[in-house]
Ligand binder design. Structure first.
Ligand code: SF4
Length: 421
């Protein structure tokens, strides 16, 4: 693996998750056209949205306490360029993720658009319903790393109607060229989360043809996922976070009590099978198992990755970030050396199983290292081993993008015609 940070943006992306960066006084993020630093990130993180070399989108921790010890500084040079330096040594020039024009607008109901949906990398994240009920119980059982319940009334509007979401999606499609929308909910008593999301999904799919993802707790009726597939969902994601049962119970007490780890794993596996069941088509379906690395020993994160990929699902791996105000605000973030084998395994395991990573067009994710990006973290010999598979994947990406963009353009034209009439 290339260890020079100036030549390895993947390594830099990972190290920035672990250490964060200072923003120098020379840089006024919003004056430079960057995105405001919002706390709302599905409870995972907040930070500076930026693009590293090789088009690696990232979200750099800048407000958390651990950043004080970071050697990285983001500076604006006199010529207007923005650089990450390590102390005084220049590492690389970066670009700020552009602030969407629609962030300054309101929906027809008067709600600021970023309170309905926000860009995370290049996709739109929507959290359409009330806050996760683990936060509102008499004795809260929220996940210890989560900040969702802290966001209320600040960065995120509490309830979003279908029409409001449609307006924001249309703006993000027209002005930010989004291709993917991710709907996220927390836990609601009575397993109502899929009932709540379905009207949004149907309306957004019909209006845009975009790829759609859903992240909720695992529903006990697994046939509900067949239905989600029928109405146009392309990705389901289940965040079980920790793979060791005791770690899971300790960090996610609400999830452990109401669902249990086994139910998360069953949902990941069922949906991976569902993806293999149908014929190959251009409305894909993938199952994701999502974990947080840095809250249990790396070997358990690796076990989780191996299990997820063994059932045909794709691992989404977040780096633990001790967000301000959360129960784990004082827990130190993981060290780069601990994270490297985890993310190297993420790439390797996906390639070994021939999973379709990096096929969706223009889906750049700032909050996690994508499996495809983790290829920067393996030795050259490993990349050579998968060269043929990578070439096959690149060909799939091209074919899929061609068909997918034609569908998007058709929907765009119909939507604009309907709006004009
Ligand atoms: S389930 Fe856990 S991580 Fe998700 S919103 Fe609720 S408390 Fe936060």
């Amino acid at each position: 693996m290339e260890t020079d940070l100036r030549k390895n943006p993947g390594l830099l992306k990972l190290d920035l998750y672990c250490k964060g960066a200072h923003i120098d006084d020379s840089l006024q993020v919003t004056d430079e056209g960057g995105r405001p630093i919002l706390r709302t990130r599905a409870g995972l993180g907040s930070g500076l949205e930026a693009i590293l070399p090789d088009n690696l989108w990232t979200n750099i921790p800048v407000t958390e306490r651990f950043v004080r010890h970071s050697p990285y500084v983001v500076r604006r040079r006199d010529n207007g360029e923005i650089w990450i330096d390590q102390g005084d040594e220049p590492i690389c020039r970066i670009t700020l993720a552009p602030r969407p024009t629609w962030y300054d607008r309101k929906t027809s109901t008067g709600k600021p658009m970023p309170q309905v949906g926000t860009l995370q990398g290049t996709y739109l994240g929507v959290y359409p319903s009330k806050v996760c009920e683990y936060w509102t119980e008499d004795s809260p059982s929220n996940c210890k790393f989560c900040s969702v319940g802290l966001n209320l009334g600040s960065d995120d509007a509490e309830e979003k109607r279908v029409q409001e979401v449609l307006e924001v999606v249309a703006a993000a499609r027209d002005e930010s060229d989004i291709t993917y929308i991710d709907f996220n909910t927390g836990h609601y008593a009575g397993e109502t989360y899929l009932d709540i999301l379905e009207p949004y999904i149907k309306a957004v799919k019909k209006a845009t043809g975009c790829l759609i993802g859903v992240q909720t707790p695992p529903h006990s009726d697994l046939s509900r996922y067949d239905r989600l597939k029928e109405i146009g969902v392309n990705r389901v994601s289940f965040c079980f976070e920790l793979f060791h049962p005791e770690h899971f119970e300790k960090v996610c007490p609400g999830k452990a009590e109401k669902y249990g780890l086994e139910r998360y794993l069953q949902a990941v596996e069922y949906n991976a099978r569902l993806g293999r069941a149908g014929k190959l088509d251009f409305d894909p379906w993938v199952s994701n198992g999502e974990i947080i690395a840095g809250l249990e020993p790396p070997e358990w994160s690796i076990k989780a990755i191996d299990w997820i990929t063994s059932v045909g699902a794709i691992p989404t791996v977040c780096v633990f970030r001790p967000l301000k105000g959360t129960d784990y605000e004082h827990v130190p973030p993981p060290k780069l050396e601990e994270m490297l084998p985890v993310f190297a395994r993420q790439y390797e395991a996906c390639m070994e199983q021939g999973l379709p990573i990096a096929v969706a067009p223009n889906v750049n994710v700032s909050l996690v290292m994508l499996p495809w990006e983790s290829r920067w973290l393996v030795p050259r010999s490993v990349r050579r081993r998968f060269a043929l598979k990578e070439a096959k994947m690149a060909a799939m990406r091209k074919i899929f993008a061609h068909r997918f963009y034609a569908t998007l353009r058709r929907h765009d034209a119909e939507r604009r015609a309907a709006a004009a009439s």
